[in-house]
Design a protein. Structure first.
Length: 237
C-alpha cells in the first residue's frame, strides 16, 4: 500500500499545483485518441466482437467503480460534527452552592467542619494551529490539549476543516513534523469539519508529544499537522 501512498504524494505535491493545464491536456488527449480510434475503425471491431467487448468493459467497471468510490469519493464527501467543549462547565453538575434546604420543622444539620474541595476547572495545557501537508492536503483550525482533571486530558479540534480521504485517523505524535515512532492513535477522524473531542489514555505523559496529526493509515500519508506548544497561562477560550 505504500506504493499508492507514494503515488498520492507525487500527485498532490508535484501535479496538483498544475491541475488546470493538466486537465485541459488530458481532455485534448482523450478527444484526439477517440478521433484516431474512430478513423482506425476500432468501433467496428468492437461491434463485431460484442461479447468480448462487453466482458472487457464489465471487468473494467467491476474494478474501477469500487476502487474509484473508495479512493476518490472522500475527496468531495464532507461531514460536520459539533461536540461540547470540556472547557464549558456544566452548571447542573455543580450542585448550586452545595447546601441542602432543610424541611419545615426539621432541625438544621450541623454544618461541615471543612469546606469541600473546589471543583477542578478544565484548562488548556497545550495548543496549536493546523496546517495541511501540502496544497492538496489542506487543514486548518485549532488543536487544544485540555486537562479535564488531575492527569486526565482531552484533545479537542475547534473550527476544524481538512481534506477528506480514506482511512483517516487522529494521532498525538512526539514529532512536530508529523507521524513518528511512539505516536498514539486516538481513533478515527470523526468529521471533516467542526469541533470535537478525543480522550487521551489515562497515564499518558502529554509533555512527550509535540503535535496532533490527521494521518491516512491505509496509504501512510500525512494530511494535516498542528504543532503543540504550552498554552499561555492567561489563555481564554
Amino acid at each position: 500500500m505504500t506504493v499508492f501512498g507514494e503515488l498520492e504524494q507525487f500527485i498532490a505535491e508535484d501535479l496538483y499545483p498544475y491541475r488546470w493545464p493538466i486537465s485541459v491536456a488530458l481532455v485534448v488527449a482523450i478527444a484526439a485518441a477517440a478521433v484516431v480510434a474512430y478513423r482506425a475503425g476500432w468501433h467496428l471491431v468492437a461491434w463485431r466482437h460484442k461479447l468480448v467487448t462487453a466482458a472487457v468493459a464489465a471487468a473494467f467497471l467491476a474494478f474501477a467503480i469500487p476502487a474509484g468510490d473508495y479512493l476518490l469519493s472522500p475527496l468531495w464527501e464532507r461531514s460536520h460534527l459539533e461536540e461540547d467543549s470540556p472547557l464549558v462547565m456544566d452548571p447542573d453538575g455543580m450542585g448550586g452552592d452545595g447546601a441542602a434546604t432543610p424541611a419545615p420543622g426539621a432541625t438544621p444539620a450541623t454544618p461541615p467542619a471543612e469546606e469541600p474541595p473546589a471543583a477542578f476547572e478544565p484548562r488548556v495545557s497545550h495548543q496549536g494551529e493546523f496546517h495541511g501537508a501540502d496544497d492538496f492536503h489542506f487543514g486548518r483550525g485549532k488543536a487544544l490539549l485540555i486537562e479535564t482533571g488531575p492527569g486526565k486530558y482531552t484533545l479537542r479540534f475547534e473550527e476544524f476543516s481538512v481534506r477528506n480521504g480514506p482511512d483517516l485517523f487522529v494521532y498525538l505524535s512526539p514529532s512536530a513534523e508529523g507521524n513518528a515512532d511512539g505516536s498514539i492513535n486516538l481513533g478515527g477522524l470523526k468529521a471533516t469539519d467542526g469541533g470535537f473531542n478525543y480522550e487521551v489514555p489515562e497515564g499518558t505523559d502529554v509533555t512527550r508529544f509535540k503535535s496532533a496529526i490527521v494521518w491516512c493509515r491505509q496509504f501512510s500519508v500525512l494530511f494535516a499537522t498542528a504543532p503543540l506548544a504550552p498554552a499561555p497561562t492567561d489563555s481564554a477560550y
